[in-house]
Design a protein around this ligand. Sequence first.
Ligand code: EPZ
Length: 436
Amino acid sequence: MKYNQEHYVIKGGNPLKGEVGIGGAKNAALAILAASIMTDETVTLENLPDVRDINVLLEAMQGIGVIVERLDRHTVKINGSLVRNVSIEYESIKRIRASYYLIGALLGKYKEAEVPLPGGCNIGSRPIDQHLKGFRAIGADVSIEGGAIVAKAERLIGTHIYMDVVTVGATINVMMASCMAEGKTTIENAAKEPHVVDVANFLNSLGANIKGAGTDVIRIKGVPKLHGGIYSIIPDQIEAGTFMFAAAITQGDILIKNVIPKHLESISAKLMEIGCSIEEFDDAVRVSRTGELRSTHIKTLPYPGFPTDMQPQAGVTLALSGGISTITESIFENRFRYVDEITRMGASIKVEGNTAIITGVPRLSGAHLSSPDLRAGAALVLASLSAEGISVVDEISLIERGYEDFDMKLRNLGANIEKTSGDRQLKKMKLKLAAV
Ligand code: EPZ
């Protein structure tokens, strides 16, 4: 099995206890960064997560002439007035899908954009037909030329768009493309995720006129131009949910701070079902588990349903629940790639179509694991934190795409986890952790 150079080495068994602060939402920040070039004035963004996907998008933006000034680790100033061309280099885009938000932003501002097609993703095929449908509906000619999406419009004119599927990306992209179009645009069957609302609130803070975000009908009244401003990104519900499940799987007690509890309701509900206690505060939730984990049934759904980005974290936790649990993944077709890995730790999970049937086992044992994708990688870390003995998790660059200081935050909660690179350091760290 190919292992990349960087690893987490984990000795499981410690209940995680203490407090952890949650960073800004990666999936809101990616769209808001792209939208920030729609004005020629300066935009200051606060509470930006310092994770790989964000930093790669910032590089892609600088590549087309956007001025990026980093004030501190979580604050940047953006000025898009000098964007000299609207064609993004392939190299930068193939590293993250979310560069496709630059199409909506550039089309909405310059009436043209050329962005390489995003690479496929390892959680399933990631079509963008609804994005293109929305761009065409407001008057853009959209074609695929040489692996890039080329969108051009004489005029952008508001219209009524019905999304065939509930899609976060297309909802946000069409919202951006139409916020300076002529007239009104209505998006029906819109995604309602908190980060869709955050992008709408951000655009409105620059002078856009968007109503209904967070419901399935979003109404956009085109405005002539947008001005600058200062905006703080909402907390990351998925980072928060990951630490909530970390408390559940390690029989711990964690106060998760800087969150919006409302955004976590479906996660809290499932954790209570499997035997955790949840205490909600204004901007924090406390999750603890003392007794045995119980089984339950989960189906991932668009917000406010149980998030697909939390599915692997729930799956590895239910692997230790008494009885039979099921998880149905209704959003993506290849999001059970962690199952093969956790089976090597002793889990008993059978995947049939888009449903995983999980027979709880009393314990997991440490193994050498490889992260299949961002959230599955984080889930394998959770499983390793509860397993007996030493685990090694590879491909951690995938995990660090969406989690800032993941190992440090876990260590601060009492986890025996270290980051190493290279086989020699790996061997040394395994011996060191085995001795603690
Ligand atoms: C966003 O992806 C997130 N990524 C994903 O998080 C998240 O899993 C997903 O939303 C669902 O919540 C970012 O925001 C960068 P979709 P996105 O468009 O926008 C289908 C993570 O771990 N679809 O809501 O690409 C699609 O195939 C990542 O942080 C079409 O059919 O997801 C899927 O079945 C992973 N046509 C469903 O809609 C389209 O044009 C939902 O996809 C677009 C999507």
